[in-house]
Design a protein around this ligand. Structure first.
Ligand code: GLN
Length: 545
């Protein structure tokens, strides 16, 4: 999209009182509305933790690791930005305090600071500012989401940078939005504004005055409460917005923001005219999510089932594909550690389709392999993603090709004679450090045959998908698999790496080495998810005939 403005405008989004208020969805929804008003928009996330990136963090702590085309391992909020804005983001969109400090300290070791004392202000803040301005001039709006909650020790340098930018730029070029919480105390039948007042006071101690307050609350704020918050927090009353929980889907948030005039208020504050807005497609998409014709049950088999955010992009991809198929997708998260020969039939019996998810390490893998056996034998639509695809290969090796001791090298058993149908990739063999060293980001894949589930979904022979793995299918076993009726439906362009495996005689059996969920977008979805849900829906309709 072409720029409309002569220079970039910045919008900072901070959060207060508690975490998990939905800053990511707020930023994504605002970005979407500005984009639909005809402006070019990007969003950057700044995370105050000291990890260089979330790649080394457990998904049960931090949620899924989202991966960009250029191979950055990022916070899952980048997934929301991509899904809402329909754009692909890059390394430049994701920054952590760890990266900032790493850069400054590396420069210090090189002697780049010429004898100066290296300090948080100005060296760390200058580095943060440099990163905030990486897209300067490239977009009309650059939204900056600051992770964490105002008042956290590690957020301070980021807020100080925000303050400096407000000081340096014209007030129409930078806007501060603060997302806060107004709890409803049931016993007193009252909404309480005090936590919001404290949060804004903390923000003001850093020298930042919010221009707009977004108040998360269970009940709508009446005029009196908005007036009170405005007065105590130094914000105009009509810039205090209530953000109640979306009815049934997060995709309603942009529509709610639009109805409450939030985007119009932002444009007005930034001195911009109110041009037309195009949201009919989005409305249709949301209506289909809210009033689907059909309903199906899908099992998502993994081991990070205690924390749904571990599978965020997969769950969202189901919502997109569901809307396109006019179908509600009820997802049952099933812990693969609970799946044994005795429990499996009971756990999987009501499912119309099964997805075996990505993952790392030994724990829970045998339950995933048993799941593949069950769905293969019972002709239940199956989708395997990354480790899920690898488990499918192990299962097929053991039970179809009769290699009883087949395994993945990742789960090597000491002193066991095993055959590794999934082995470490050649270029991973000398890797010592864990952070950022996997096969990461977008790689091309060629579809080998038009008569495959993959081609029917994509309708093209060359695709690009994102990766995050160290292991791959061991080519030693290719011929044996082919002899046993398996199709290698996708490979790297040189034919070396297996990217997609299929069982052509099955209703729908597709395993992919890559992560299609990372490219599923609101409204348009992802071809493989759309066809998997379609196959599961057909399966369900057939069963209930
Ligand atoms: N652990 C497997 C590998 O590294 C699969 C990774 C994944 O599922 N993302 O190859």
């Amino acid at each position: 999209m072409k720029n409309k403005l002569t220079h970039s405008k910045y919008i900072f989004i901070t959060g207060g009182v508690i975490s998990s208020l939905g800053k990511g969805i707020t930023s994504a929804s605002l970005g979407y509305l500005l984009q639909q008003r005809g402006y070019s928009v990007t969003i950057q996330k700044f995370d105050p933790y000291l990890n260089v990136d979330p790649g080394t963090m457990s998904p049960t702590q931090h949620g899924e690791v989202f991966v960009t085309d250029d191979g950055a391992e990022t916070d899952l909020d980048l997934g929301h930005y991509e899904r809402f804005l329909g754009i692909s983001l890059h390394k430049k969109n994701t920054h952590s305090a760890g990266q900032v400090y790493f850069e400054v300290i590396s420069k210090e070791r090189k002697g780049s600071y010429l004898g100066k004392t290296v300090q948080v202000v100005p060296h760390i803040t200058n580095e943060i500012k440099r990163r905030i301005k990486l897209y300067d001039g490239e977009y009309d709006f650059i939204l900056i989401e600051i992770g964490g909650t105002v008042g956290d020790i590690e957020s301070m340098p980021f807020l100080e940078t925000q303050r400096q930018m407000c000081y340096e730029m014209s007030s129409q070029d930078v806007l501060n939005i603060h997302l806060t919480y107004v709890p409803y105390i049931k016993a007193a039948h009252e909404l309480k504004t005090k936590p919001t007042q404290h949060s804004v006071h903390t923000l003001m101690q850093y020298g930042i005055r919010p221009d707009i307050l977004l108040c998360r609350c269970e009940k709508k704020l009446n005029k009196d409460i908005k007036q009170k918050i405005g007065l105590f927090c130094n914000v105009e009353e009509n810039s205090v917005f209530d953000v109640t929980d979306a009815d049934s889907t997060i995709y309603e948030v942009p529509l709610n923001f639009y109805k409450s005039n939030l985007d119009a208020t932002i444009l007005q504050k930034m001195g911009l005219p109110l041009n037309n807005l195009e949201i009919t497609e989005w409305e249709k998409f949301v209506n289909k999510i809210k009033k689907p014709k059909y309903s199906i049950n899908i099992g998502l088999i993994g081991k990070y089932t205690d924390y749904e955010d571990s599978y965020k992009s997969i769950l969202e991809a189901f919502i997109h594909a569901g809307s396109i198929n006019n179908c509600k997708v009820n997802v049952q998260l099933i812990n693969s550690e609970d799946i044994t020969k005795d429990t499996i039939a009971d756990k999987l019996k009501d499912l119309d389709g099964v997805l075996v998810g990505p993952g790392f390490g030994n724990r829970g893998i045998e339950g995933k392999i048993l799941t593949v056996e069950y769905v293969r034998e019972n002709n239940i639509p199956f989708f395997g993603i990354c480790l899920g695809m690898q488990c499918a290969c192990i299962e097929i090796a053991r039970n179809v090709c009769n290699i009883k001791n087949a395994n993945t090298k990742e789960c090597q058993q000491e002193n066991e004679e095993e055959e590794y149908v999934i082995d470490l990739m050649d270029n991973q063999k000398n890797v010592k450090e864990k952070g950022g060293t996997m096969r990461l980001g977008a790689y091309p894949c060629k579809i080998t045959d038009k008569n495959t589930f993959a081609y029917k979904a994509y309708n093209q022979l060359e695709i690009q998908e994102r990766h995050r793995h160290r292991y791959e299918f061991n080519n030693k076993y290719r011929d044996l698999f082919i002899k046993n009726g398996i199709t290698f439906a996708g490979t790297s362009p040189d034919g070396n790496l297996i990217e997609i495996i299929e069982i052509p005689t099955h209703k729908w059996f597709v395993g992919v080495q890559f992560h299609p969920e990372l490219k599923s977008r609101a409204v348009t979805g992802h071809p493989l998810f759309i066809n998997f849900i379609k196959a599961a829906l057909e399966n369900s309709l057939e069963k209930n005939k």
